[in-house]
Design a protein around this ligand. Structure first.
Ligand code: SF4
Length: 281
């Protein structure tokens, strides 16, 4: 039986897993189960990123992710190559942004040809809530990174995973204003029941998933982010950053050969559909 698949519209957003699954911490809800010794997906070099960008003509927006992107020793060269071509965002836990890195990011924020956005992940507006998920000391270290960014004129977005976000938004705004952020922005991420989150909150039920009527709706390729995006890892190209550990979602070796309909029959696809979630916007 053919798999449920989604038409591809155009390549709007490219995700690059620049640090592979290597991270300095091991969050309890990590979608890709990243951690200090996790190298299922390896880091990408600046040369590899330049080559893959040459294969992504017309892309509007690039997001660098991992693991923790600032563990990649070539992150600034990678950033420069990406910023020449499109707007760039970096998803980080903020803990590795020391003063020299904050200065380097501030210079690119002011001078690069395209916009640079830094998104710092937090799981609570205080150490108790955040460190229960991210590990002891993670909150203070992230606050240090945010503070150094703000000093350099870079106001990061804070990304928070969880349910009922509206109950906490004012707490995050207050915390960010205290840090000197003049325009607090918080992006909420619904909990996807994959990766390490399965051990914490349980996996998907067998009945969860999309059906053919949903996928055939004309707006489906716009409602689901993978209708306009691809994710590159050291193992190849996947439809999205959520499913990089699902071999049956490996679409090919080069981005240009994967801009065709792709499967959307993973239960996690139902979370995208119900929430209208996009990892980038
Ligand atoms: S999880 Fe979401 S983004 Fe990934 S393939 Fe499924 S619908 Fe697309």
């Amino acid at each position: 039986m053919p798999r449920l698949s989604l038409p591809f519209v155009w390549l709007d957003t490219l995700w690059i897993q620049v640090s592979g699954t290597l991270c300095n911490i091991a969050c309890r809800h990590c979608l890709v189960s990243a951690g200090p010794k996790v190298d299922r997906h390896r880091m990408l070099s600046a040369d590899e990123v330049v080559k893959l960008l040459d294969d992504c003509e017309g892309v509007r927006e690039i997001w660098l992710t991992g693991g923790e992107p600032f563990l990649n020793p070539e992150i600034l060269a990678i950033l420069d190559a990406c910023l020449e071509r499109a707007a760039v965002g970096v998803l980080t836990n903020g803990m590795r942004i020391d003063e020299p890195m904050a200065r380097a990011l501030g210079a690119r924020f002011r001078e690069a040809a395209h916009n640079l956005e830094i998104r710092v992940s937090l799981d609570g507006p205080d150490a108790a809530a955040n460190d229960a998920i991210r590990g002891r000391g993670a909150f203070l270290a992230a606050m240090g990174g945010i503070s150094r960014l703000v000093t350099e004129g870079v106001e990061p977005i804070v990304a928070v995973t969880g349910l009922e976000p509206e109950k906490k938004v004012e707490e995050f705004h207050k915390m960010l204003r205290l840090m000197g952020v003049s325009r607090p922005r918080v992006k909420w991420i619904p909990p996807f029941k994959v990766g390490r989150e399965v051990a914490r909150g349980g996996g998907y039920a067998p009945f969860e998933g999309l059906n053919s009527a949903q996928v055939e709706e004309p707006e489906a390729p716009h409602r689901l982010q993978c209708g306009t995006s691809r994710t590159v890892t050291s193992q190849g190209v996947f439809p999205c950053p959520i499913l990089i550990d699902e071999p049956s979602f490996l679409l090919g070796a080069r981005v240009s050969e994967t801009l065709v309909p792709h499967p959307v029959d993973h239960p996690a696809c139902s979370t995208c559909w119900e929430t209208g979630f996009s990892c980038s916007r």
